[in-house]
Structure formats: structure tokens, C-alpha cells
Design a protein around this ligand. Structure first.
Ligand code: CP3
Length: 341
């Protein structure tokens, strides 16, 4: 029997709402911090299957979320494409050589950097209760490309946006390379036991409308078509963060089964603007959860009410912050679980 999350992603409105939180495995949990301190760095954790499986399961044990999201990172794809990857404490990820000054074909791909991740998926699925859904994921090509080109995170993706205009052929080759590896990566996760997958497009909001069509919609549509050709039954969630009024086009044109929406989107608008019956995931402001004010319950209820007429997966509008108190998460879960549409 598929659990509530998988049923909802397949288009069923069961009244009751499944819930999971983006970045639910991570630094706001003391048990994560303890294991991270023991194992050293973030990448060491990702490539230690037992540790990565344990971290994936930690938030399920503590909160009983309906979905377990694989503990890994979107930058594993550039790592497998041959860039060096480091996570510097307090500074974030670094990729080298950066593609701003190195051609893509100077990289030598290292596909064996993907296979340990599949082993983590297998381990998690084997110990996850049957009614909990195993979620795989990858970054969307545009967002991944912004890190590959700049070699690090950047405020407005300036270098990558400029490169896409200056040398669209070279940039297209980068995007095509990411698409190909991402298709294999997602199919590998599904073969290993992922029951649904999410495409994270954190920087989709920085593009003009024509660039958005070319660098967000087209490559995501290509990934969805290729994954669906091999795994037609596996729901794909697209999460194009910050895209505002471009959301309905994204939902229609990429072929994703469900859309994740960020906290800047009015849920009442989204409920009316998205294709009828398409499952929606979101979109409580993670900072409201952090603050935990009296408005937390009200905010959660407003999201729940807005999507009562369609399948809805309760989530935040972006990842949970590392300073979020555990008892705020518990208060939120009580509201979501007490709600009946
Ligand atoms: O959601 C989950 O719990 C699953 C695991 C997951 C991580 N990263 C673990 C992680 C997922 C789905 C991601 C996605 C990711 N990674 C995105 C897209 C979503 C988003 O948040 O916008 C992006 C842009 C990245 C790249 C990345 N990874 C950055 C910029 C950083 C450094 C900033 C930060 O938050 O520390 C990471 C590191 C990272 N990825 C951590 C975790 C738990 C923190 C590592 C640590 O120091 O312990």
C-alpha cells in the first residue's frame, strides 16, 4: 500500500495532508550535528552509506514525516562530471576548475562518484516503514550550472547569466551535459528504491522570460521526458524557486507531475492558476517556522485552506533553517496532522 505522500503525488486528494520539509535532514537536528562532528565533513557523510542512510532516517524517527529525502547534495552531479568539490565550513561549496575560465571538455567525468549514492537509497528503503515514501532528488540544470560556472554560490548568478548571453553554444553544452548525467542519476536512484524524485531549481527566479524558457523549461522538460520513458510511474516534483508568474507555464510545459512553490507565492493565487488537480507542494515561510510566533498556526492553516480542493503536500517554501527550534516543528506538525479538508 503506497503511503499518503505517494498517493497525493499521484493525484489523490485524501483530505489528510502528507508533510515533509526540504532540508529536513540537517543542522537543526542535534543528532545530525553529533554525527557530522564524528565523521568530519559533509562530503565524508554523503559517501559513508551507513551515516548517510542514518541521517536520512533521523527526521523520520523524530517526527514521523511522510517522506524521507535522500541525504546528498545537488552538487554531486558536477562532482561526477569531473569538477573537484569541497564544502568549506561557514562558506559553502567550491567547485574547481570553474567553467567561467575552463572549457567543459577539459573535465574528465567520474561516473563512479554516483554509485555510492544509490547504495544509500537502497539502505534507506530497506529500513523505512512501507507507508513512508523514499524521495530522491537532483538539482535542475540551470541551478547546477550556476555553481559549475562560478565555482561557488553567487548572489544573483551574474557570471552564469552573462555567459549564457555571451556564448549560448558553450552554455548549451554545459546544460546538455548536466541533463544527460541528471537523467542517469535520477534513474539510478529510482532503480535503487526512490519512489518519487524532486528537481530543485533554487535560482530559477533570476532569469528573464526568454532565458527562462531556454534554460529552465526546456532542460527540465528533457529530463522529465527521459526519466518518464524509463519510469513512467514515478512522480516527479519540480521546484522552481522564485519564478512568480512564470509558475503556470513551468507546470504546463515541463511535464512534471507536481510543483513545489516557494513562500513568496500567494497560495490562493497558485491554487487558481495551476492546472486543475495538479498536486502542489509548499509553501509555509521557513522564517515563520523559525520565529514560531502566534502566527505560525495561522500561516499553516492558510496554506492548508488554500489547497483544500486539490492534492497538496505540506512543506516549507524553502529549506528549514539551521537555527529552527525543534518544538516549532512539533507545533507545525500538530496543526497539519489535525487538519481535515
Ligand atoms: O533536503 C534534504 O534534507 C536533503 C539533502 C539536501 C542537501 N542539499 C543537504 C545539504 C538537499 C536536497 C540539498 C539541495 C541543495 N544543495 C540545493 C537546492 C536547494 C536549496 O537549498 O536551495 C542547493 C542550492 C545546494 C548546494 C549547497 N549545499 C549549498 C549552497 C550548501 C552550503 C550552504 C548550507 O546550507 O550549508 C550546501 C551544503 C549542504 N547540503 C548541507 C546540507 C545538510 C549543510 C552541510 C553541513 O555543513 O552540514
Amino acid at each position: 500500500m503506497p503511503g499518503l505522500l505517494l498517493e497525493t503525488l499521484r493525484g489523490k486528494n485524501a483530505g489528510q495532508r502528507p508533510v515533509w520539509l526540504m532540508r529536513q535532514a540537517g543542522r537543526y537536528l542535534p543528532e545530525y550535528r553529533a554525527l557530522r562532528a564524528e565523521k568530519g565533513g559533509f562530503l565524508a557523510l554523503v559517501y559513508d552509506n551507513d551515516a548517510a542512510a542514518e541521517i536520512t532516517l533521523q527526521p523520520i524517527r523524530r517526527f514521523g514525516f511522510d517522506g524521507a529525502i535522500l541525504f546528498s547534495d545537488i552538487l554531486i552531479v558536477p562532482y561526477a562530471m569531473g569538477q573537484d568539490l569541497q564544502f568549506l565550513a561557514g562558506e559553502g561549496p567550491r567547485l574547481s576548475p570553474r567553467l567561467l575560465d575552463h572549457a567543459l571538455d577539459t573535465l574528465e567525468s567520474v561516473p563512479e562518484r554516483l554509485s555510492p549514492i544509490y547504495e544509500t537509497v537502497r539502505k534507506v528503503r530497506a529500513s523505512l516503514p512501507v507507508d513512508k515514501t523514499m524521495l530522491g532528488f537532483a538539482g535542475s540544470p540551470w541551478t547546477v550550472a550556476t555553481y559549475m560556472v562560478a565555482g561557488e554560490g553567487s548572489r544573483d548568478q551574474h557570471d552564469t547569466r552573462a555567459l549564457a548571453y555571451r556564448d549560448p553554444a558553450a552554455f548549451q553544452a554545459i546544460i546538455d551535459g548536466i541533463v544527460a548525467v541528471t537523467v542517469e542519476y535520477l534513474c539510478g536512484q529510482i532503480d535503487a528504491g526512490a519512489e518519487a524524485v524532486q528537481l530543485f531549481d533554487s535560482w530559477a527566479g533570476s532569469l528573464s522570460p526568454t532565458q527562462f524558457e531556454r534554460w529552465v523549461i526546456a532542460p527540465n522538460a528533457a529530463i522529465v521526458a527521459a526519466v518518464k520513458a524509463r519510469h513512467p510511474q514515478t512522480p516527479i516534483i519540480g521546484f522552481p524557486k522564485g519564478v512568480g508568474e512564470k509558475l503556470p507555464a513551468y507546470a504546463r510545459e515541463t511535464g512534471v507531475d507536481a510543483v513545489g512553490i516557494d513562500e513568496t507565492i500567494d497560495p490562493v493565487w497558485a491554487a487558481g492558476a495551476l492546472p486543475a488537480d495538479m498536486p502542489v507542494q509548499g509553501n509555509l515561510d521557513p522564517l515563520l517556522l523559525l520565529a514560531g510566533s502566534d502566527d505560525l498556526e495561522k500561516g499553516a492553516l492558510a496554506v492548508l485552506a488554500a489547497f483544500s480542493e486539490r492534492p497538496h503536500v505540506f512543506n516549507l517554501g524553502h529549506g528549514i533553517g539551521q537555527f529552527t527550534p525543534i518544538d516549532h516543528v512539533e507545533r507545525l506538525l500538530a496543526v497539519v496532522r489535525g487538519w481535515r479538508g
